[in-house]
Design a protein around this ligand. Structure first.
Ligand code: PEP
Ligand code: MN
Length: 264
Protein backbone atom coordinates (compact mmCIF):
# COMPACT_ATOMS: atom_id res chain seq x y z
CA UNK A 1 0.00 0.00 0.00
CA UNK A 2 2.88 2.36 0.76
CA UNK A 3 4.77 1.63 -2.44
CA UNK A 4 4.91 3.84 -5.53
CA UNK A 5 4.41 0.68 -7.55
CA UNK A 6 0.99 0.35 -5.92
CA UNK A 7 0.13 4.07 -6.08
CA UNK A 8 2.16 6.20 -8.52
CA UNK A 9 0.51 9.52 -7.51
CA UNK A 10 1.71 11.42 -4.45
CA UNK A 11 -0.47 11.25 -1.38
CA UNK A 12 -1.71 14.72 -0.46
CA UNK A 13 -3.00 15.35 3.06
CA UNK A 14 -5.54 18.14 3.35
CA UNK A 15 -6.19 19.77 6.73
CA UNK A 16 -8.31 22.84 7.48
CA UNK A 17 -5.33 25.23 7.32
CA UNK A 18 -2.59 23.12 5.68
CA UNK A 19 -1.81 20.87 2.75
CA UNK A 20 1.01 18.35 3.13
CA UNK A 21 2.43 16.82 -0.03
CA UNK A 22 1.01 19.37 -2.45
CA UNK A 23 2.88 21.99 -4.45
CA UNK A 24 3.56 24.14 -1.41
CA UNK A 25 6.08 23.53 1.35
CA UNK A 26 4.46 23.16 4.78
CA UNK A 27 5.91 24.52 8.00
CA UNK A 28 5.14 23.00 11.41
CA UNK A 29 6.50 24.76 14.47
CA UNK A 30 6.05 25.03 18.20
CA UNK A 31 7.72 24.15 21.46
CA UNK A 32 8.84 20.60 22.22
CA UNK A 33 6.36 20.44 25.12
CA UNK A 34 3.17 22.32 25.84
CA UNK A 35 4.20 24.14 29.04
CA UNK A 36 1.15 26.31 29.81
CA UNK A 37 -1.83 27.81 28.00
CA UNK A 38 -0.17 31.25 27.89
CA UNK A 39 3.12 29.88 26.60
CA UNK A 40 1.68 27.77 23.83
CA UNK A 41 -0.45 30.69 22.65
CA UNK A 42 2.58 32.99 22.54
CA UNK A 43 4.55 30.35 20.62
CA UNK A 44 1.62 29.77 18.24
CA UNK A 45 1.70 33.46 17.30
CA UNK A 46 5.44 33.24 16.56
CA UNK A 47 5.01 30.00 14.61
CA UNK A 48 2.25 31.55 12.50
CA UNK A 49 4.24 34.71 11.86
CA UNK A 50 6.99 32.58 10.28
CA UNK A 51 4.49 30.95 7.95
CA UNK A 52 3.75 27.76 9.86
CA UNK A 53 0.28 26.33 9.39
CA UNK A 54 0.63 23.52 11.93
CA UNK A 55 1.29 24.06 15.62
CA UNK A 56 3.31 21.35 17.32
CA UNK A 57 3.65 20.66 21.06
CA UNK A 58 3.83 17.51 23.13
CA UNK A 59 1.32 16.89 25.91
CA UNK A 60 2.59 13.32 26.42
CA UNK A 61 6.38 13.26 26.24
CA UNK A 62 8.56 10.21 25.54
CA UNK A 63 11.43 11.18 27.85
CA UNK A 64 14.59 9.11 28.08
CA UNK A 65 14.50 9.44 31.87
CA UNK A 66 11.34 8.70 33.88
CA UNK A 67 12.27 11.62 36.15
CA UNK A 68 12.14 14.19 33.32
CA UNK A 69 8.96 16.23 32.61
CA UNK A 70 6.37 13.84 31.20
CA UNK A 71 3.97 16.39 29.72
CA UNK A 72 0.79 18.21 30.79
CA UNK A 73 -1.57 15.51 29.56
CA UNK A 74 -5.14 16.48 28.66
CA UNK A 75 -4.73 20.03 29.98
CA UNK A 76 -1.89 20.37 27.49
CA UNK A 77 -4.07 19.07 24.66
CA UNK A 78 -6.74 21.63 25.50
CA UNK A 79 -4.23 24.48 25.60
CA UNK A 80 -2.67 23.36 22.32
CA UNK A 81 -6.07 23.15 20.58
CA UNK A 82 -7.11 26.58 21.88
CA UNK A 83 -3.84 28.18 20.77
CA UNK A 84 -4.15 26.65 17.30
CA UNK A 85 -7.79 27.71 16.95
CA UNK A 86 -7.00 31.23 18.13
CA UNK A 87 -4.28 31.60 15.48
CA UNK A 88 -5.91 29.65 12.63
CA UNK A 89 -3.55 26.67 12.65
CA UNK A 90 -3.80 22.88 12.66
CA UNK A 91 -2.55 20.77 15.57
CA UNK A 92 0.07 18.02 15.49
CA UNK A 93 0.83 16.24 18.76
CA UNK A 94 2.36 12.97 19.84
CA UNK A 95 0.37 9.91 20.87
CA UNK A 96 2.54 7.53 22.88
CA UNK A 97 0.08 4.88 23.90
CA UNK A 98 -2.82 3.13 22.19
CA UNK A 99 -5.01 3.81 25.22
CA UNK A 100 -4.68 7.57 24.53
CA UNK A 101 -5.73 7.46 20.88
CA UNK A 102 -9.42 8.22 21.46
CA UNK A 103 -8.68 11.09 23.86
CA UNK A 104 -6.03 12.74 21.68
CA UNK A 105 -8.28 12.30 18.63
CA UNK A 106 -10.65 14.83 20.20
CA UNK A 107 -7.96 17.53 20.09
CA UNK A 108 -5.56 16.92 17.22
CA UNK A 109 -5.54 17.18 13.43
CA UNK A 110 -2.47 14.93 13.06
CA UNK A 111 -1.19 12.13 15.29
CA UNK A 112 2.57 12.20 15.72
CA UNK A 113 4.17 8.81 16.30
CA UNK A 114 7.53 9.45 17.93
CA UNK A 115 10.82 7.90 16.96
CA UNK A 116 10.79 5.69 20.06
CA UNK A 117 7.40 4.29 19.12
CA UNK A 118 7.97 3.77 15.40
CA UNK A 119 7.72 0.01 15.87
CA UNK A 120 5.04 0.02 18.58
CA UNK A 121 2.83 -2.12 16.41
CA UNK A 122 -0.25 -2.01 18.61
CA UNK A 123 -0.06 1.81 18.54
CA UNK A 124 0.39 1.79 14.75
CA UNK A 125 -2.67 -0.45 14.41
CA UNK A 126 -4.68 1.82 16.71
CA UNK A 127 -3.95 5.01 14.75
CA UNK A 128 -4.42 3.01 11.56
CA UNK A 129 -8.01 2.40 12.61
CA UNK A 130 -8.74 6.13 12.85
CA UNK A 131 -9.28 8.60 10.00
CA UNK A 132 -6.86 11.16 11.44
CA UNK A 133 -3.63 11.73 9.48
CA UNK A 134 -0.47 10.25 10.99
CA UNK A 135 3.07 11.71 11.03
CA UNK A 136 5.38 8.75 11.49
CA UNK A 137 8.85 9.61 12.76
CA UNK A 138 11.79 7.45 11.78
CA UNK A 139 13.07 5.36 14.67
CA UNK A 140 16.37 6.10 16.38
CA UNK A 141 18.13 3.33 14.49
CA UNK A 142 15.54 2.43 11.88
CA UNK A 143 16.36 1.69 8.27
CA UNK A 144 14.30 3.08 5.43
CA UNK A 145 12.62 -0.32 5.06
CA UNK A 146 11.82 -0.42 8.80
CA UNK A 147 10.14 2.98 8.43
CA UNK A 148 8.17 1.91 5.36
CA UNK A 149 7.05 -1.30 7.05
CA UNK A 150 5.88 0.72 10.05
CA UNK A 151 3.90 2.96 7.66
CA UNK A 152 2.46 -0.18 6.10
CA UNK A 153 1.00 -1.19 9.49
CA UNK A 154 -0.97 2.06 9.54
CA UNK A 155 -2.12 1.73 5.93
CA UNK A 156 -2.99 -1.95 6.32
CA UNK A 157 -5.39 -0.97 9.08
CA UNK A 158 -7.22 1.41 6.77
CA UNK A 159 -5.61 4.83 7.30
CA UNK A 160 -3.80 6.04 4.17
CA UNK A 161 -3.14 9.60 5.32
CA UNK A 162 0.47 9.16 6.34
CA UNK A 163 3.53 11.41 6.26
CA UNK A 164 7.07 10.25 6.99
CA UNK A 165 9.46 12.29 9.14
CA UNK A 166 13.23 12.14 8.91
CA UNK A 167 14.45 13.30 12.34
CA UNK A 168 18.00 11.98 12.38
CA UNK A 169 19.35 8.56 13.25
CA UNK A 170 22.00 7.17 15.57
CA UNK A 171 25.38 6.77 13.98
CA UNK A 172 28.87 6.27 15.44
CA UNK A 173 29.51 10.02 15.79
CA UNK A 174 27.18 11.87 18.15
CA UNK A 175 29.79 14.07 19.81
CA UNK A 176 28.70 17.33 18.19
CA UNK A 177 25.20 16.49 17.02
CA UNK A 178 22.39 14.64 18.76
CA UNK A 179 21.76 12.52 15.68
CA UNK A 180 22.85 12.25 12.07
CA UNK A 181 20.40 13.97 9.70
CA UNK A 182 19.92 11.40 6.96
CA UNK A 183 18.96 13.66 4.08
CA UNK A 184 19.57 10.76 1.69
CA UNK A 185 16.40 9.31 3.10
CA UNK A 186 14.26 12.10 1.62
CA UNK A 187 14.69 11.31 -2.09
CA UNK A 188 14.94 7.59 -1.29
CA UNK A 189 11.57 7.64 0.49
CA UNK A 190 10.08 9.75 -2.29
CA UNK A 191 11.29 7.20 -4.84
CA UNK A 192 9.95 4.19 -2.93
CA UNK A 193 6.76 5.62 -1.52
CA UNK A 194 4.00 8.10 -2.38
CA UNK A 195 3.73 9.52 1.13
CA UNK A 196 4.86 13.10 1.82
CA UNK A 197 8.26 13.35 3.51
CA UNK A 198 8.87 15.96 6.21
CA UNK A 199 12.23 16.91 7.72
CA UNK A 200 12.93 17.70 11.38
CA UNK A 201 16.26 19.54 11.69
CA UNK A 202 15.66 20.18 15.42
CA UNK A 203 15.85 16.58 16.65
CA UNK A 204 18.28 15.72 13.85
CA UNK A 205 20.91 18.15 15.14
CA UNK A 206 19.99 18.78 18.78
CA UNK A 207 21.74 22.18 18.73
CA UNK A 208 19.93 25.40 17.90
CA UNK A 209 22.82 26.90 15.93
CA UNK A 210 22.88 23.89 13.60
CA UNK A 211 19.15 23.98 12.91
CA UNK A 212 19.05 26.79 10.33
CA UNK A 213 21.79 25.42 8.03
CA UNK A 214 20.28 21.94 8.13
CA UNK A 215 16.79 23.35 7.65
CA UNK A 216 18.06 25.03 4.48
CA UNK A 217 19.46 21.71 3.32
CA UNK A 218 16.22 19.98 4.25
CA UNK A 219 14.01 22.18 2.11
CA UNK A 220 16.49 21.87 -0.76
CA UNK A 221 16.04 18.08 -0.81
CA UNK A 222 12.52 18.60 -2.07
CA UNK A 223 10.82 17.51 1.15
CA UNK A 224 7.15 18.41 1.50
CA UNK A 225 7.52 20.14 4.83
CA UNK A 226 9.48 20.80 7.98
CA UNK A 227 8.94 20.49 11.71
CA UNK A 228 10.95 22.80 13.95
CA UNK A 229 11.03 23.50 17.71
CA UNK A 230 10.84 27.05 19.02
CA UNK A 231 10.96 28.61 22.50
CA UNK A 232 11.23 32.17 23.79
CA UNK A 233 13.42 31.09 26.76
CA UNK A 234 15.21 27.92 25.66
CA UNK A 235 17.29 27.80 28.86
CA UNK A 236 14.07 27.36 30.83
CA UNK A 237 12.32 24.98 28.40
CA UNK A 238 10.76 21.87 29.96
CA UNK A 239 12.33 19.71 27.23
CA UNK A 240 14.72 20.03 24.27
CA UNK A 241 15.84 23.58 25.14
CA UNK A 242 19.29 23.25 23.51
CA UNK A 243 17.75 22.75 20.07
CA UNK A 244 14.97 25.33 20.35
CA UNK A 245 15.10 28.41 18.12
CA UNK A 246 14.32 31.74 19.74
CA UNK A 247 11.59 33.67 17.92
CA UNK A 248 13.92 36.02 16.02
CA UNK A 249 16.12 33.11 14.90
CA UNK A 250 13.08 31.14 13.83
CA UNK A 251 11.69 34.05 11.82
CA UNK A 252 15.01 34.52 10.04
CA UNK A 253 15.21 30.79 9.34
CA UNK A 254 11.71 30.91 7.87
CA UNK A 255 12.67 33.84 5.64
CA UNK A 256 15.49 31.72 4.23
CA UNK A 257 13.34 28.60 3.90
CA UNK A 258 10.63 30.39 1.94
CA UNK A 259 13.29 31.97 -0.28
CA UNK A 260 14.78 28.56 -1.10
CA UNK A 261 11.30 27.13 -1.61
CA UNK A 262 10.64 29.87 -4.20
CA UNK A 263 13.59 28.62 -6.27
CA UNK A 264 12.29 25.07 -6.39
C1 PEP B 1 9.41 15.47 19.54
O1 PEP B 1 8.94 15.73 18.43
O2 PEP B 1 9.44 16.31 20.49
C2 PEP B 1 10.02 14.15 19.75
C3 PEP B 1 10.01 13.56 20.95
O3 PEP B 1 10.60 13.69 18.64
P1 PEP B 1 11.32 12.26 18.35
O4 PEP B 1 10.26 11.23 18.58
O5 PEP B 1 11.72 12.40 16.93
O6 PEP B 1 12.48 12.13 19.28
MN1 MN C 1 11.40 17.58 21.14
Amino acid sequence: LSSRLFQPENTIIQLPHSTIGGEQFTMMAGPCSVESAEHILAMAKVAKEGGATLLRGGAYKPRTSPYSFQGMGEAGLKALRQAADATGMDVITEVMDETHVALIAQYTDVFQIGARNMQNFSLLKAVGQTNIPVALKRGLAATVDDLLNAAEYIAANGNHQIMLLERGIRTFDNQYTRNTFDLNAVPVLQKLSHYPVVVDPSHATGEWDLVTPMARAGVATGASGMMVEIHDHPEAAFSDGPQALKPATYLEMCRQIWAIDQLM
